[in-house]
Design a protein. Sequence first.
Length: 337
Amino acid sequence: MREAFLKGRWGLYFFLGLLLVLGGCQPPLKYVVNEGLVFGTSYRMVYEGREDHHLAIKEVLNDFNSSLSTYDSLSVISRINNNDSTVRADAYIKQLLRTGRRITHETDGAFDMTVGPLVNAWGFGFQNRSDISDELIDRLLLLVGMDQVWLEGERVLKKQPGVMLDGAAIAKGYGVDVVADFLAQKGITNYLVEIGGEVVTAGINSRGIAWRIGIDKPVDDTTASQREFQMIIEVSGRALATSGNYRNFYMEDGKKYAHTIDPRTGYPVEHSLLSASIIAPSCMEADAYATACMVMGLEASKDLINRLPDVEACFIYHTDVGDEVFLTEGFETMVVE
């Protein structure tokens, strides 16, 4: 009896020891940093995990790019724009259209993905700049409007062949969400995903505090070589996107032409709002709302944000005495510097 007891006890010790050995073979948790280029800009992912997922992340980004890049002639969105009748909408296109249509409605048309022909005409898209005239703008405006495009099963249908989808003001944020979802599916709870300044965060950083992100001062600089922060905020579990007219613009005859085109008028915006930084549940939404605010201007943007639940904003705008900052109450609580 005693012998059987001893055998059972030693068996238990062996089993516990085996668990310890196997557990000890796991790589330790550490913060991994992945960096690279995608969508014509840079990316940076920082996450706590036991392994480096960079190769898998690249595959996710390549798959996303092959769907929504207007600079890839073989992408799904390019084939739709080129009226390829054989192309079928994938999950990315379907979600893009659903979210884009909703935000177009919420912003009274200030955000509209069919603005592509106008963006191209002004030289900020994926085609060469046109000779601008009022007549040209009037013709192109006939191609703009989310009522011009819709899903029918797996097909994207358009009222006119010239209608084009331009996901530039929403797809980058969407790509950030896609990578963040990938990391979350891997069981990772602490991460920061940033693509071209659009960010999604979760959990804490390697110092054990919420992630800290800088909001740029809106200084005109197409090279982004003179970056200076307006403020630093702490964010966790939220998405952040900033839109402004201080990076992408050109000067002609002493006049500044900004890349933000108003889909309702067909012309680059001219108002006091210099940049809009939006906190939202998803980066896709934050990206689109930030663009809409840059179209709408300061006062209309304040009204929009007041109507949107769980959305906060930082607006930097120009006055006769210099640049001023407007913060929603929720955004103000995040400022640390």
